[in-house]
Design a protein. Structure first.
Length: 121
């Protein structure tokens, strides 16, 4: 069975270019912001996961990780850490899904928040 996964895709080109003009280590600043966002996403998913826990393992193993597939492009991968995560995401008319709803709700907030990196220098 495959792993349940959703992603928030981020083109950081404009933010990185703006930070570089300010003499800031742009990639490091963007990556730190995204890492902080991952922590917040994990906490959100663990708090809002709509299923009733049996062992608590599915909730504990929800995770978010920054990936950098090419220059200036990032994605935050939201994943289940249990083998039955795909079932939780897709079964029962999506009643137990947490990855896709989190990506839809929080993704735009994260992208918008990147603009604030330019205002803190």
């Amino acid at each position: 069975m495959g792993v349940a996964r959703r992603s928030i895709r981020i083109d950081a080109t404009d933010v990185i270019n703006g930070l570089n003009l300010l003499g800031v280590n742009a990639e490091k600043k963007v990556e730190q912001y995204l890492e902080d966002s991952c922590f917040e996403l994990e906490e959100y998913m663990k708090d809002k996961a709509p299923w009733q826990d049996r062992t608590g393992e599915a909730r504990r193993r929800l995770n978010a990780k920054v990936e950098n597939p090419k220059d200036n492009y990032y994605r935050i991968a939201l994943k289940h850490g249990v083998s039955y995560g795909k079932y939780l995401e897709n079964a029962m008319e999506l009643r137990f899904a947490i990855l896709e709803p989190t990506a839809r709700l929080k993704g735009p907030e994260i992208i918008k928040g990147m603009e604030s990196l330019l205002n803190h220098e």
